[in-house]
Design a protein around this ligand. Structure first.
Ligand SMILES: C[S@@+](CC[C@H](N)C(=O)[O-])C[C@H]1O[C@@H](n2cnc3c(N)ncnc32)[C@H](O)[C@@H]1O
Length: 249
């Protein structure tokens, strides 16, 4: 069993069987969409495919969800959510309204007011075991302190812990993975997300550099503060993939 860098926390190294892929517009995709018989065949975009149930939380303008759905040519397998109300989302984010409309046209069930730290008890969400639960760049917002202040770090850690505690209850018990994207330079490395995940019963199975070009159309957003529609720097960002610890023993 490998160890996560600088840590005594075990890391499971997974080998996913990947069918041959071809490159389309910078993102890795497997052909193709609909067969003559009308069946949808498997489409793979980076780590995601249209035959997996995907729950997305903490979306801002829904551009990440729409990027996947556009490549899949369907969002029927996706449940994109935000903590914002519909009205807040479209006021904060220029493209949110259009992106939500397109997602719905592609078959997504879009949910507002979904708190990632309480979502397992949210009865309006579809009662399913998800194959992938994704939170891109969780951030608890700004409380007047600078990013490296211990109170800020604790509030981000509460968010991450709350999200993971809830996500694990909604995950497919054998095949489910939680994907969390995060900046890894100081002070974001102080969040210690791998340690929090381990305490929540999750083990790191993969961490790799995040390449925004893999998700055409995705625009990362601050989501809070005076300029919620502005992006933030993505240098040193990674995708962390977690898997329930019990499944690896
Ligand atoms: C840095 S932004 C990233 C937004 C988006 N995921 C992206 O990649 O562009 C952090 C997001 O976390 C969301 N957030 C904060 N607390 C949350 C919670 N308890 N549940 C769900 N989302 C939350 C905020 O609304 C904000 O949109």
């Amino acid at each position: 069993m490998a160890m996560a860098a600088n840590s005594s926390i075990p890391m499971i190294v997974s080998f996913e069987l990947q069918p041959p892929v071809k490159k389309v517009g910078g993102s890795r995709m497997l052909a193709f969409k609909r067969t003559k018989a009308g069946f949808r065949s498997k489409v793979v975009v980076s780590s995601y495919s249209n035959n997996k149930r995907i729950l997305l939380v903490g979306e801002a303008d829904f551009s990440f969800s729409l990027s996947l759905a556009t490549s899949f040519e369907s969002a029927e397998n996706m449940v994109p959510t935000t903590i914002d109300s519909y009205d807040d989302a479209i006021v904060k984010h220029n493209k949110a309204q259009g992106n939500i409309e397109l997602l719905k046209q592609l078959g997504a069930q879009v949910f507002h007011g979904v708190d990632a730290t309480k979502m397992a008890a949210n009865l309006s969400l579809p009662r399913r075991m998800y194959d992938r639960i994704i939170f891109n760049f969780p951030h608890a917002g700004y409380c007047g302190e600078y990013e490296a202040h211990p109170d800020m770090i604790m509030s981000h850690q509460r968010l991450v812990r709350g999200f993971l505690d809830n996500a694990i209850k909604m995950l497919h018990p054998y095949t489910g993975e939680i994907h969390l994207r995060h900046r890894t330079q100081y002070p974001f490395n102080k969040w210690e997300i791998i340690k929090i995940a381990y305490q929540c019963g999750l083990v790191l199975i993969d961490s790799r550099d995040f390449n925004i070009g893999d998700y055409p159309g995705y625009q990362n957003k601050r989501g809070a503060g005076s300029k919620p529609d502005k992006p933030f720097p993505l240098e040193s960002s990674k995708t962390f993939k977690f898997f329930p610890l019990g499944n690896s023993l």
